[in-house]
Design a protein around this ligand. Structure first.
Ligand code: T3D
Length: 266
């Protein structure tokens, strides 16, 4: 065999762009898509690139194989013992959370299997979550003596309430998809074989939507911190912006002409 015949390593992040939908697939199935700094850097770069243009109008994050994401790659972390964990989090991990929250395009987590540790946090940072019936959610951090990170302690109590968040985070028990739906962790649960199609259909629907979806995301993100007065001011500003969009003109015209609106995201 010549050197040229050596197969190239599989990309750790798969990317497709179709009908305005960017799909990012974590591709380390042998470790249930455990994350490394390099993998999350790629995800962050892809999201930033999408955010800076108008081609991508919705994003799906999912995993290859039977896992969604098992959190930090513990073998790689072990091998890298002695590194500054705080610096790795700051420089390589937390940027992905900021990228998801600061981009206007909606981001959907299509949770195809176990979401553990930082993988659970990654799903929580997304705008919408759709899970396969066999998916599970584990706040695995406590099992290895860590605290939840990647903004899990920010999103989970806001999503399901502080008592439920404390239960999941302090006990580290696995939550199945049905309970995740019941708790409000996920928006939808679908049969395993239908997850990819359902996530794509949802993303395409969002991608066909008006510019105001992105502005709505901004308002929702701001609402996490604002009091009533501040949030009313945010709505006044963003609604003013929404009325300047082509999609608002089209939406009103379509209503008056009794036809379906065709939005361009502008
Ligand atoms: O260090 C820092 O930078 C701080 C940041 C921390 C952030 C975090 O995310 S901490 C939390 C890290 N994640 C975990 O603790 C979860 C570890 N994994 C598990 O507990 C279990 O694998 C699961 C509950 C996720 C799934 O269990 P199961 O029984 O379905 O699968 P499995 O057999 O345990 O795993 C399958 C393979 O994936 C296995 O490899 P093998 O034995 O077949 O060669 C397993 O070792 C590997 N794998 C799973 N998770 C990880 C992993 N390898 C490396 N890192 C992982 N996180």
């Amino acid at each position: 065999m010549t050197a040229d015949a050596t197969p190239a390593p599989a990309p750790q992040l798969l990317k497709t762009l179709e009908d305005g939908v960017l799909t990012l697939t974590l591709n380390r199935p042998e470790v249930l898509n455990a994350i490394t700094p390099a993998l999350l850097d790629e995800v962050t770069d892809s999201l930033r690139e999408a955010a800076s243009g108008t081609t991508v109008r919705a994003v799906i994050v999912t995993g290859a194989g039977r896992g969604f994401c098992s959190g930090q790659d513990l073998r790689a972390a072990e091998a890298d013992g002695g590194l500054d964990v705080g610096a790795i989090l700051r420089d390589h991990y937390t940027p992905v959370i900021r990228a998801i929250r600061s981009m206007d395009q909606p981001v959907i987590a299509a949770v195809n299997g176990v979401a553990a540790g930082a993988g659970f946090s990654l799903a929580l940072a997304c705008d919408l979550r759709i899970a396969a019936a066999s998916a599970t959610f584990v706040q695995a951090f406590v099992r290895i003596g860590l605290i939840p990170d990647l903004a899990g302690t920010y999103f989970l109590p806001r999503l399901i309430g502080p008592a439920r968040a404390a239960e999941l985070m302090m006990l580290g028990d696995s939550v199945d998809a049905a309970r995740a739906l019941d708790l409000g962790i996920v928006n939808w649960v679908v049969p395993d074989t239908e997850l990819a199609a359902a996530a794509t259909e949802l993303a395409r629907r969002l991608a066909r939507g008006p510019r105001s979806i992105g502005l709505t995301k901004r308002a929702l993100v701001a609402s996490h911190e604002n009091d009533l007065e501040a949030q009313l001011a945010v709505e006044e500003r963003l609604q003013t912006e929404a009325t300047t969009t082509n999609d608002f003109v089209e939406g009103v015209s379509a209503f008056l002409e009794k036809r379906r609106a065709t939005f361009t995201g502008s």
